[in-house]
Ligand binder design. Structure first.
Ligand SMILES: *Cc1c(COP(=O)(O)O)cnc(C)c1O
Length: 360
């Protein structure tokens, strides 16, 4: 993925270079366990107020391990949004359970509270709650409903490390939280992830699954080394990204044929992407082709699961917003948000003219 902002990510600062040099000098780079992973584990458990953590090789494996940690198995149903990261659906299948689809809220691109409530059955064991594209799931209400029905909650915060809802961090609300350290993510080591658990029994179940005489899905010392300094600057960079994102959202608001994100009071979004919905889905490809020519990092959203057959998943509720999101979402990728103010201004102008041309 190369565009005129690709040089802004991954970060190439002296702190990361220093961390790499120090693992070279002390030999940690060649060890299974060492200072770097221990430091990362401690920083994550403190930050997300979950006492137990597994560092793992990807966010996707993290979701699967989270399901296993909660004891999800054949015969169980797991609810997820019908517009979500493709791997989440596969992870539910991988543990032998049945994915059950609920709709998204069109303003947050994330699981809708009422739709979730209506999708619960006596077989529902867990729910995966992703916050996507700069939107935030209404996690407090979702957790309330889940508790009432004895449904376990996995928070997928792969796109939103550092986000807050009602002045409380995402990742601290549910039973398990999952982070990704993939190459495009806001905390990046090229690959990697973490599973944060509220209870030792969950951690232990995961431990049994991944222990095959070795730590099967491990994260390396080198990966931990580049992540440690990024955790220190996460809030600061999130703030810079938020300022830029809010400017871009404000300047593209009110264009006919286009709708965007809205945020609840007392929330603090994190922008891994910025999402919009275009009214005329037919024009989306033309819009994206022109953006590509301009070097703007604008892409389609996920395909979603609405079209999957009833053999593969349960569809107990209507899914109109997920269906639309799959056809009409466009996403601006985050490195642009770290650009200089003058460049951000130019991006706004280019987006406004593209959107006016192709959306109305
Ligand atoms: C990236 C992502 C994942 C998976 O992370 P990987 O490390 O790429 O496997 C899961 N959920 C969401 C919402 C993501 O954006």
């Amino acid at each position: 993925m190369s565009d005129r902002f690709s040089h802004l990510w991954p970060p190439q600062n002296p702190e990361i270079q220093q961390a790499l040099a120090s693992t070279f000098q002390d030999g940690d780079w060649g060890r299974y366990h060492g200072k770097q992973t221990a430091q990362l584990e401690q920083a994550l458990t403190e930050r997300f107020q979950q006492p137990f953590v597994h560092l793992v090789c990807s966010g996707t494996i993290g979701i699967e391990l989270a399901l296993r940690g909660l004891g999800v198995a054949a015969g169980d149903e797991v609810i997820l949004a019908a517009y979500d990261f493709p791997g989440n659906f596969r992870c539910i299948e991988a543990v032998g359970a049945r994915p059950v689809l609920a709709d998204i809220n069109p303003h947050s691109w994330s699981l809708d509270v009422a739709s979730f409530g209506n999708a619960i059955s006596s077989s529902t064991k867990a729910v995966i709650v992703s916050s996507l594209h700069g939107g935030l799931a209404e996690i407090q209400q979702i957790v309330e409903i889940a508790r009432r029905h004895e449904v376990l909650v996995i928070e997928d915060i792969c796109q939103t490390p550092g986000a807050q809802m009602l002045d409380r961090s995402l990742g601290t609300w549910g039973d398990v939280a999952v982070l990704s350290f993939g190459g495009s993510k806001l905390l990046s080591a090229g690959r990697g992830g973490a599973v944060l658990c509220g209870q030792e029994s969950i951690w232990q179940r995961i431990n049994v699954f991944k222990d095959r005489g070795n730590d099967t899905f491990a994260l390396s010392q080198l990966q931990a080394a580049v992540l440690n300094p990024q955790l220190n600057t996460l809030d600061q960079l999130n703030e810079i990204r938020m300022q830029a994102a809010q400017q871009i959202i404000a300047e593209t608001q009110g264009i006919s044929g286009l709708s965007g994100l809205s945020h609840a009071a007392h929330s603090r979004p994190v922008f891994y992407k910025i999402a919009w919905l275009v009214n005329d889905c037919q024009q989306r490809a033309s819009l994206l082709a022109e953006a590509y020519e301009l070097g703007l990092p604008l892409f389609e959203g996920f395909r979603g699961f609405v079209k999957r057959s009833a053999r593969r998943c349960g569809k107990p509720v209507a899914l109109p917003h997920s269906e639309l999101a799959a056809e009409a979402t466009i996403l601006l990728h985050h490195p642009v948000l770290l650009a200089e103010p003058s460049e951000i201004e130019m991006v706004c102008e280019q987006l406004v003219s593209l959107f006016k041309k192709w959306c109305s």
